[in-house]
Design a protein. Structure first.
Length: 255
């Protein structure tokens, strides 16, 4: 990608709790059974049996974040100004209406599924989550913003950011970009520093941060439904390694 100057970096969701609590109904590591194909990149099934209520709650909260972000970015923040917003108000409304609680819940449920094993960075569950997100970006027709035109930006010990690009109307090499990001990693099976419950159980991370990534995907889809692209290009980035010290966002910023 060409050198870029991001004008705004916003996290679509920040969980208020740094330590995670596992579900009491989730099987411990020794009894874990993943759905066939779930850890090889195939989209997992419905959310872990103990988590549907949490997924719905996270989806409702995420929808509120979506409304705030979309309102902030719908006009001047993307460089179109009030005229752009007025001329496309009907299409803009239709795009916003594409953001549905059911879809948010579906994405959050997939990422917080037991088969993702808590999405710890550098693990097979983390890789499966990255594959899921890349698949969603591909489905939406976003361009790859990672290595060699793909969606992934590898770094560290088997970690990877997932980057999708919605190309704006301003194609100048020095054009400004808008950046929307959410971290997708969680704490896996937990340890003494990251868990408030029994260690060795899947920590699903519905609110930290499956709901934020669900929001990111739905906002991306809404923008792809607009009849004309915004002036500024938008980067949609799912960061890895947040739980280990903001590693993914630090790597992306440095590179």
């Amino acid at each position: 990608m060409s050198p870029l100057r991001p004008i705004a970096v916003r996290s679509t969701w920040r969980a208020s709790m740094r330590r995670s609590t596992p579900s009491a109904l989730v099987a411990p590591r020794r009894a874990f059974r993943a759905a066939p194909g779930a850890l090889s990149g195939a989209a997992p099934g419905a959310m872990g049996r103990a988590m549907p209520g949490a997924a719905r709650g996270a989806a409702v909260g995420a929808l509120l974040v979506v409304a705030f972000v979309a309102a902030a970015l719908g006009a001047a923040a993307l460089g179109g100004g009030s005229c752009w917003a007025a001329e496309n108000s009907a299409s803009h409304a239709a795009a916003l209406e594409s953001i549905r609680v059911e879809d948010l819940s579906r994405h959050a449920g997939a990422l917080a599924d037991d088969a993702m094993e808590g999405r710890e960075s550098g693990t097979r569950g983390g890789r499966a989550a990255a594959d899921y997100i890349a698949g969603q970006f591909r489905r939406l027709g976003l361009l790859g913003g990672g290595v060699d035109g793909g969606y992934e930006q590898p770094f560290g010990a088997e970690m990877r950011n997932v980057v999708g690009v919605l190309r704006g109307a301003d194609a100048r090499p020095d054009a400004e970009y808008v950046v929307l990001g959410a971290h997708y990693d969680h704490v896996g099976y937990g340890n003494a520093k990251t868990s408030r419950g029994p260690i060795g159980f899947v920590h699903n991370g519905a609110d930290d941060n499956a709901s934020g990534v669900a929001t990111l995907v739905e906002v991306a889809e809404a923008f792809t439904l607009l009849p004309a692209p915004p002036r500024r290009s938008i980067l949609f980035i799912a960061f890895d390694g947040e739980e280990k010290g903001l590693l993914g966002s630090r790597h992306w910023t440095a590179h």
